[in-house]
Design a protein around this ligand. Structure first.
Ligand code: ACO
Length: 321
């Protein structure tokens, strides 16, 4: 059967790291409050010359090197972001230009923090129908540019970064590697709980991120536990079969609450929110790259990706490495 297999991963972070203590000099907050409520200790913030595309290009180059794939073999680039360099053209086309692989398919996907899951599922579909043979799927964000730095309830939660994977369509055995099952969902009913209050067609401005954190938290735990169960039931497995869960890194308490609801031991959850904070669409591929490079995730492991974000959008994907 034809499956999309994961050939390599990469990631990139801005050069500037900002601790909670440094943020506390700017807004009325404290290291204790942030660590206790979120698990976040620091975040990386893009400086001059660092953009969503520059981070995406670096992550893509690393993923290609890890995969042993040349840029000109890539026929499809899908980049998930809510913070593109420009309204258009798509940031994916800037990555394509920097890598020098012209002529293939390249476009952006906007599903906020679930963007990487949406991009992965779209790439998987296009690869399995033969539209391309090898793909780059990237999550890249500079949320620091849409934060209200006066609003302590949101500005402490987010960071910038990028993560990328190389996918390849291959004919594999039933128990072989690749993306085994994916579920995606959206529910526009709750858009006001997490949104940016601007855009080209409404205000003509970029806008700032607004969030009702407590309500988002409540929806996140329910939706994530449900979608993980759906994916597991699609492949007739239980959570015990899963070696690692790589969740969207929004908040350590959401990760703990979701794991508890599923009966998942916390040792099998990859956590990077302490170092990276919430990097939206970049967080799953960033965490995947960290855990692949430090040797925790190995070939043959069964890995679950999951995410929930503004919209709301949410999804999960089960992959044999
Ligand atoms: N420092 C100090 N105090 C603060 C801060 C801060 N940075 N932020 C809020 N507070 C205060 C509030 O003003 C409030 O004070 P009050 O009781 O005097 O009114 C108190 O702390 C409690 O505020 P809550 O918002 O009720 O705190 P809560 O325990 O819910 O934690 C948090 C807030 C961390 C935002 C939590 O609700 C959360 O993580 N929600 C999920 C958010 C999330 O993950 N969103 C992203 C998912 S989707 C995506 O990634 C885009």
């Amino acid at each position: 059967m034809i499956r999309s297999i994961l050939r390599g991963t990469g990631s990139a972070l801005p050069s500037k790291c900002v601790s909670n203590a440094e943020l506390a000099e700017r807004v009325d907050t404290s290291d204790d409050w942030i660590v206790e409520r979120t698990g976040i200790r620091q975040r990386y913030i893009a400086g001059e010359g660092e953009t969503t595309s520059s981070l995406a290009i670096e992550a893509a180059r690393q993923a290609l090197a890890a995969a042993g794939v040349a840029a000109d073999e890539i026929g499809l680039i899908i980049l998930a972001t809510a913070t593109p360099d420009y309204t258009f053209p798509a940031t994916a086309t800037q990555v394509q230009r920097a890598l020098g692989c012209r002529g293939g398919i390249a476009f952006d996907v906007q599903a906020v923090c679930s963007g990487f899951l949406y991009a992965l599922a779209t790439a998987d579909s296009l690869l399995r129908t033969g539209m391309a043979k090898k793909a780059l799927v990237i999550g890249a964000e500079t949320f620091s540019r849409i934060l209200d730095w006066e609003d302590r309830t949101t500005c402490v939660l987010f960071g910038d970064g990028a993560g990328a994977v190389v996918l390849e369509a291959q004919d594999v055995a039933h128990d072989g590697p690749g993306i085994l099952a994916t579920r995606l969902h959206a529910d526009g009913e709750h858009c006001e709980l997490l949104h940016v209050d601007g855009g080209p067609s409404s205000t003509g401005t970029v806008g700032k991120l607004r969030m009702k954190g407590r309500e988002v938290f409540r929806h996140a735990v329910v939706n994530l536990a449900d979608v993980l169960s759906e994916v597991l039931s699609d492949v007739d497995m239980t959570i015990d079969a899963v070696d690692w869960v790589v969740p969207h890194q929004a908040n350590a308490r959401i990760l703990d609450a979701t794991a508890r609801k599923l009966g998942l031991p916390s040792e099998r959850v990859i956590v990077t929110v302490d170092r990276h904070a919430n990097t939206s669409a970049a967080s799953v591929p960033l965490a995947l790259d960290v855990a692949t490079r430090d040797g925790r995730i190995k070939p043959g492991d069964l890995v679950m990706f999951e995410a929930m974000g503004g919209g709301f959008t949410w999804g999960a994907s089960l992959v044999r490495m």
